[in-house]
Design a binder for this molecule. Sequence first.
Ligand SMILES: [Zn+2]
Length: 134
Amino acid sequence: MNRAVAPEALLELAADAATRAYVPYSSFRVGAVAVDDDGNTHCGANIENAAYPATICAEANAITTAVAAGARRIATVAVVCLDGDLCTPCGNCRQIMREFGVETVILSTPEGEPLAMTLNELLPMSFGPEALDA
Ligand SMILES: [Zn+2]
């Protein structure tokens, strides 16, 4: 069963998740929500670390939370940045999205106009799981 969730509702969930970001170093709060193929939503926020490479992006947090809950396909990811302009996913998050089949990425700020993009637009000519199929 695939329950469609309105983009506005996804952006509200992502903005709410962003309020729980752990960002003592940058104060750059980002929230994300991953929608799995069953329509379940899984939220994440960015979580910084004093050892900067250990920082976790909101998108990765949301997707890995979904996968830990049993999801294997993510249809949509919505991302809201509370402290700046549109926050486009970093390269690592784009690759994580690719692994789990994300089709649509919706980007917004709290007051901004949402921008919906396909993952192929964000990560053209990407490497994915099918490349490793025997
Ligand atoms: Zn990222």
